[in-house]
Design a protein around this ligand. Structure first.
Ligand code: GSH
Length: 224
């Protein structure tokens, strides 16, 4: 076994890389870095510190290559292990897919941030009321994104062509919205059906189940 992935139990980005490796049918050793709600990613894993100047997971080691960043890992995996392809062949479709994947990381996930306080116990009832006020405003933005995704999916099975990295990134951002008790997907039937379809894929389900199992331990406030 030559591939090692440094991952985090409730890291959207690292879990994306786990799904990609699973979809490619690649065996790998997973090393979970420490994470708690109180201390975050401290103390840092020394190998992650050495590999990534941003000191973040995921970090992938494949033979003599050590690399970081989930999106760059997607690119590397498709070039090195091309079957099954997780980007469309057509350059324009691929460009659309890459934009959707960027949208998931840089627009959709940040829209989830205003409800992240829900994963930790409130400091006071007053503080929580303020956080919830901002959270409710954030949820309206999330609903707009749900609608855009609903329109995008239409009658297609996946976001762009066959199942792709765009689906992985979007699914992971949405699992965060769901675990943080953000707006349900029911009001957006095509998006809800897509979410169920992606979540039923064995490689996705394995990682999603493991993430939620970790979350139950790390973020009990979400499951009371
Ligand atoms: N753009 C990076 C983001 C990676 C990232 O933010 N990782 C988080 C976990 S989800 C992390 O390791 N945070 C620790 C820190 O920033 O100190 C990617 O796509 O891999």
């Amino acid at each position: 076994m030559t591939i090692t992935l440094y991952s985090g139990p409730i890291s959207m980005f690292a879990r994306k890389a786990e799904i990609a490796l699973g979809e490619k049918g690649l065996e790998f050793e997973r090393i979970m870095v420490p994470f708690t709600q109180a201390a975050g990613y401290s103390p840092k894993d020394p190998n992650v510190l050495a590999a990534n100047p941003k000191a973040q997971v995921p970090v992938l080691v494949d033979g003599d290559l050590t690399m970081f960043d989930s999106t760059l890992i997607f690119e590397y995996l498709d070039e090195t292990y091309p079957v099954p392809a997780l980007w469309p062949k057509d350059p324009k479709e691929r460009a659309r897919g890459r934009m959707l994947e960027l949208f998931a990381d840089e627009i959709l996930l940040p829209a989830v941030r205003p409800i992240m306080h829900r994963s930790v116990p409130p400091t006071s009832a007053e503080a929580r009321a303020k956080e919830e006020e901002a959270g409710k405003r954030g949820e309206l933005v999330l609903l707009e994104h749900y609608q855009a995704l609903e329109n995008r999916i239409g009658d297609s099975e996946y976001l762009v062509g066959d199942f792709s990295y765009a689906d992985i990134g979007t699914f992971m951002a949405l699992i965060f919205a769901q675990r943080l008790k953000g707006p349900r997907l029911d009001g957006h039937p095509k998006l809800a059906a897509w979410y169920a379809r992606v979540g039923a894929r064995p490689a996705v389900k394995k990682v999603a189940d493991d993430l939620i199992a970790s979350d139950r331990v790390l973020s009990p406030t979400l499951y009371q």
